[in-house]
Structure formats: structure tokens, C-alpha cells
Design a protein around this ligand. Structure first.
Ligand SMILES: *Cc1c(COP(=O)(O)O)cnc(C)c1O
Length: 390
């Protein structure tokens, strides 16, 4: 069981009267994260960025160790970046593609991934196809098995969509993709920090995550996991003197591990902050945190439908901490603004973020409530009452 009081005491944004339901957007960090970032920025101002970083080499290495412990990966299989999109694209653009090759994307695909896929298809002559969703809204595994062949080079599996509560069967989809030799890139942006992630169990070739959402890290952070067996064969589109070494006038040698997907320059303070966020999660006990998130989302999924005119829009079989809903006769942005005026933070997910899914369901937007473990049940009830009063 999570120590609710400790979690709230550790979160400066709690207890100021704000009901914060946007951890799927950009969460409230624990105090240690903010202190770590500010502390390092101060140190850089005192002695310069290079020396400040050299004082923290062990802590910088520990960022990947902590991430590895969270997702069951070796630190050398992690490449740090400045966003999930950057990590996703870095891997995606390194997958060799040619005319007639097929890229499969999920029905819940995130806009940035779909746009990159369309761009690459136009440049290479590959095609982009959607994996059908089943009646529940998740990836249709039978349809996926029926559509794959050896021309499929990459399957993009969206673990948890940005617009709602489903969890796609990622391990099963990966097995099917691997049966024809396709690579699997998992968008775990909305699952990392709220659901257990084990890259060995999942079997994926790569996985992308952002720092600021459920992991409660700083903005401008993210990472890529690269299956160790692939580290030697995947060549990033862009290289620098960190991802490769200029070893002779006309030669360079690629870094032997996932760091070939990193550039040398980075926001060191933010990186240390990400490490602090992941270590904090490990210290709290990830399973207890995941359980606390699930209990809060379940509370909302029970309470919201009891309000006249409110429809919970979550699909899928297995659910997660994102609860999406609409209110009859009230635009989602109006719901959001009305709640904001009462110090309740939710966000709106528009159709263009998850176009395939939202079009299939005829939805223009949904209100998204994503409570993390630091949200109290009485705060959830205050939110539900405010929706009921609309
Ligand atoms: C937020 C989000 C992303 C993008 O993350 P960034 O860090 O903003 O690049 C990708 N996929 C999903 C499902 C998301 O919700």
C-alpha cells in the first residue's frame, strides 16, 4: 500500500487547493525532481556547465540504471533524449525501407508517429496501413495475424493511447509481428510510470517514453529502449561525436550500444531530474503506485456515468489511468475551462491527436482526466461534483 500522506507531502503542487488531473499531459513532479534540476542549474552558474557535469558523472550514469531497473533493461540499452517523439522518430527513421515495404500503425496511433510514417512512406515508396481494431477498440490480433507478411518491416504498437483508457495487447502483437520478421516499436509514452513495463516480457525491439507524464520528470526529457541484439545493426540517420567516433580521416566507428541514438549535447539538469523522478518511483514501489493510479481511475469510471448526460468514452478490455468522457450539449473545451475556473485541471484530447480512432468513433474531442497517485479521493469527488453541476 502506498503511503498517501508521504506522496502528497513530497508533491509541492498538492494541497494548494488544486485538483490536478493531467498526468497524461504534464504531471506534478515530486520535490526531489525540482530540487535536483534547480540545484544543478545553480551549480552550472557557479562553476560552468562542463565542470558541473563532471561532478555528477555517477549520477548521470545512474539515470539509465534507474530506467533499466524500471523496465527490466540493461542501462546500455537505453538512449536518453529530449522527448518521446524524438526517440520514436530516431528509431523509426533508422529502419531500412524501400518501395513495396509495409509499415503498420495502430488504430490508436499518436499523430506525430502517423505523420512521420506518412512522410517516410512518401520518401521511400513504402505504404502505411492501419491494424484494424476489434469490437472492444484494441488491436485486433486475428486481423493483425491475417494481414502480416514478409513485406511488413515495422509494426508501431501504441500501448496506451493519448485519448483514453485502453491498454493494447503489446506482447501478443509483438509475437505476431516477429513471426514475419518485422520490427516492433512500442509507444509506451502513456504507460511508463502507471503500468508495469517489462521489455523482456513484451519482447519489443524498441520502446519510446517521455519524462514529464506518468514518470513525473521534467519537461524536455525522454528515452528510447533498444533491444540489445539490435544495437549493432541499427544505424541512426544522424550521428555526432558521441553516437560515433571519428576514428580515421574517412572513417567513423559507431557507439556499440544504444547511446548511438544519443547526441552529445543535452540538458544535464533535466536529465538528472529524470533520474530523480524514476528513482523516486522505484523507492515508492512501482506496483503500489500503479495500483493507486488504477484505483483512482476506477473511482472515476464508476462515478462519472452516474451523472446525467456524461458518457465515459474509454474503449478496450484492460483499462489504465486515463479516463476520457464527453458531456451532452457541452463542448469539451467548455468543460475544461469551466473546471479550470474552479482550480480543477483536466485537458482536452482533440480528434487530430488520434485521428483514426476518433474518426472511427465520430468524436471531435474528449475531456481527459488522468489522476496520478498523489490525487486524493475527496479531490476526485470534488471534480465529479463540478462536472455534475455543469
Ligand atoms: C504525449 C505522447 C507522445 C509524445 O510525447 P512527447 O514527449 O511530447 O514527444 C507520444 N505518444 C503518446 C501516446 C503520447 O500521449
Amino acid at each position: 500500500m502506498l503511503d498517501d500522506k508521504r506522496v502528497r507531502d513530497d508533491t509541492p503542487g498538492c494541497g494548494s487547493g488544486l485538483v490536478f488531473l493531467d498526468s497524461a499531459g504534464s504531471s506534478l513532479p515530486p520535490r526531489i525532481v525540482t530540487d535536483t534540476v534547480i540545484g544543478h542549474l545553480r551549480r552550472e552558474a557557479e562553476i560552468g556547465g562542463y565542470r558541473a557535469a563532471s561532478e555528477r558523472l555517477d549520477d548521470l550514469a545512474a539515470v539509465k540504471t534507474a530506467i533499466g531497473a524500471l523496465i527490466n533493461a540493461a542501462p546500455s540499452s537505453i538512449a536518453l533524449s529530449d522527448s518521446a517523439t524524438r526517440s520514436w522518430a530516431d528509431f523509426f527513421f533508422s529502419v531500412p525501407l524501400g518501395p513495396g515495404d509495409r509499415i503498420l500503425i495502430s488504430g490508436a496511433e499518436y499523430a506525430s508517429n502517423a505523420i512521420a510514417a506518412l512522410r517516410r512512406a512518401a520518401a521511400t515508396g513504402a505504404t502505411v496501413e492501419q491494424i484494424p481494431s476489434d469490437g472492444s477498440g484494441q488491436i485486433d490480433l486475428e486481423a493483425l495475424a491475417a494481414m502480416v507478411d514478409e513485406r511488413v518491416k515495422l509494426v508501431s504498437v501504441l500501448h496506451v493511447p493519448t485519448n483514453g483508457g485502453l491498454v493494447n495487447p503489446a506482447a501478443e502483437a509483438t509475437r505476431i509481428a516477429h513471426s514475419v520478421g518485422a520490427l516492433v516499436l512500442l509507444d509506451a509514452c502513456q504507460s511508463a510510470g502507471q503500468l508495469a513495463l517489462d521489455v523482456v516480457e513484451l519482447g519489443v525491439d524498441a520502446l519510446s517514453v517521455t519524462g514529464r507524464k506518468w514518470l513525473r520528470g521534467p519537461r524536455g526529457t525522454g528515452f528510447l529502449y533498444l533491444r540489445p541484439e539490435l544495437a549493432a545493426s541499427m544505424v541512426p540517420e544522424r550521428l555526432d561525436l558521441h553516437s560515433a567516433e571519428w576514428s580515421a580521416p574517412t572513417e567513423y566507428t559507431l557507439a556499440p550500444d544504444a547511446s548511438r541514438f544519443e547526441f552529445w549535447e543535452c540538458d544535464v539538469a533535466a536529465r538528472l531530474g529524470l533520474g530523480a523522478a524514476v528513482r523516486y518511483l522505484l523507492e515508492l514501489g512501482p506496483d503500489d503506485v500503479y495500483e493507486a493510479v488504477a484505483a483512482r481511475a476506477e473511482h472515476l469510471r464508476k462515478s462519472l456515468p452516474e451523472i446525467d448526460g456524461v458518457t465515459v468514452r474509454d474503449t478496450g478490455i484492460r483499462h489504465n489511468g486515463i479516463v476520457s468522457f464527453t458531456v451532452d450539449g457541452v463542448e469539451s473545451v467548455e468543460v475544461r475551462d469551466h473546471l479550470a475556473a474552479q482550480d480543477i485541471t483536466v485537458t482536452v484530447s482533440h480528434a487530430s491527436s488520434t485521428l483514426l480512432d476518433m474518426s472511427a468513433r465520430g468524436l471531435g474531442s474528449v475531456v481527459r482526466a488522468s489522476p496520478h497517485c498523489f490525487v486524493g479521493f475527496e479531490e476526485l469527488d470534488r471534480f465529479v461534483a463540478a462536472v455534475a453541476a455543469l
